[in-house]
Design a protein around this ligand. Sequence first.
Ligand SMILES: [Zn+2]
Length: 188
Amino acid sequence: MSVNEHYDPRDALLVVDMQNDFCEGGALAVNGGAALVPAINAEIEAAQAAGALVVASRDWHPVDHVSFDYRGGPWPVHCVQDTEGAAFHPGLALPAETVRVSKATAFDADAYSAFDGTGLAGYLREKGIERVIVCGLALDVCVKATALDARRADFAVCLLESLSAAVDPNAVDDARNALIDAGVEVRP
Ligand SMILES: [Zn+2]
């Protein structure tokens, strides 16, 4: 399995929302989601071996979350706290020391970015992180929002596009352009 980056201890590999509900068979499945797992595992292993920080975010909604369609939101019910759908994909090999970040945990607000309301930017700065390497799901929603927020927080940001997949394949070009405009380095 080829690895996309050369990591060092100032890097954080941020694996976004590799959860059952976003993979095939889940409530809000992204085509090609589960297929990313082996390559993301290889990336995690390389990051860890080089002393980089490994971070995994998860969508972690309370019951009756405002983003659910029956509450007027845009999405079907997904990633409800402590359900099987909210669990990380069983094939995802997260080291024990992985920093886990739960987002969109309020009843009345959604959050696409792993930086939104989590304190993650300050934590990464405290840890001496200078660059954030992003992969996971979904490219046109939470991965995009996370990468843009990482730039806003003044980190160097790299998106591993081949380790990500989109809810809407037609939205990929726009997402990529928005990221490049914001100064994100997009690796094919
Ligand atoms: Zn959600």
